[in-house]
Design a protein around this ligand. Structure first.
Ligand SMILES: [Zn+2]
Length: 259
């Protein structure tokens, strides 16, 4: 902690006010990402319900475009929410603030943090929008790729979503409910377990991931990431679905044997 001791009390109050707000914001963000995912599935179903040569394809396409504009509305909401979340984080990282100056600070920072509305170009750089567009394109052509990023050198961004995500807590091995990430090594833990480790370890713990050399992770190093939470939940759902299908087909095999 870099804050001087005598400021600690006033700042502690600010923290107490801000942390629940931040938690609510993060939950909202995760829910919005889940809604975008549902809209993506819906758009894919509509796109897949007819072939480009079918007479009803044009009408379906209009529906897909309507969903597209809802997704963009959601992404704009997300942009605003991110700006608010970033502002809350800036407050938490400004130990000089007390309850009297906090709202002024908020008003000043929120402007710069939520400034730029998406336009037809900037929306293309948003990962969730890229995923949405690509999912629809790949309904009829699984090899389709977006050709948006060609002018930039960061065109490997889309492939990032393919990276395998760890969905379990390194200490308990259980599926992550409330993931929290170390800013230092990017490893992810179950929040309640990590805070328990902080308490029993005297304010810090050693990263339990084998091969990780972070030996002093403190509360200040731990952050909640709504998009990471969303990705982890999605991956857990996918794994559960896979398991369910396996059990189902195993059950079918068994009943086949009976006959
Ligand atoms: Zn680590």
């Amino acid at each position: 902690m870099s804050s001087s001791q005598h400021q600690g009390g006033a700042f502690r109050l600010v923290q107490l006010e801000i942390k629940p707000l931040q938690k609510a914001h993060n939950e909202n963000t995760t829910t919005m990402l889940e809604n975008i995912e549902l809209l993506t599935t819906l758009a894919k179903d509509i796109e897949g319900s007819s072939l480009p040569d079918d007479p009803e394809y044009e009408r379906n396409k209009i529906q897909v475009e309507q969903i597209d504009s809802i997704v963009r509305d959601y992404l704009d909401l997300l942009r605003m929410t991110k700006g608010h979340t970033a502002t809350l984080q800036q407050i938490l990282e400004s130990p000089g603030i007390d309850l009297r100056t906090v709202s002024q600070f908020y008003d000043n920072n929120i402007k710069t943090n939520t400034e730029k509305e998406y336009d037809d170009q900037s929306i293309k750089k948003v990962e969730e929008y890229q995923n949405f567009k690509l999912s629809i394109m790949q309904v009829h052509d699984p090899t389709a790729e977006l050709d948006w990023n060609q002018e930039g050198d960061d065109d490997d961004d889309i492939q990032l979503s393919q990276v395998t995500i760890k969905t379990t807590c390194p200490w308990t091995g259980s599926n992550l409910q409330e993931p929290i990430q170390s800013k230092k090594c990017k490893h992810v833990y179950e929040k309640t377990v990590a805070f328990q480790k902080l308490r029993t370890g005297g304010g810090f713990f050693e990263c339990p991931i084998i091969g990780c050399r972070e030996s002093r992770i403190t509360e200040a190093d731990l952050v909640e990431s709504p998009s990471l939470t969303f990705k982890i939940r999605k991956e857990i759902k996918r794994q559960e679905e896979e398991k369910r299908k396996k059990t189902e087909s195993a059950a079918v095999d068994l009943s086949d044997d009976d006959e």
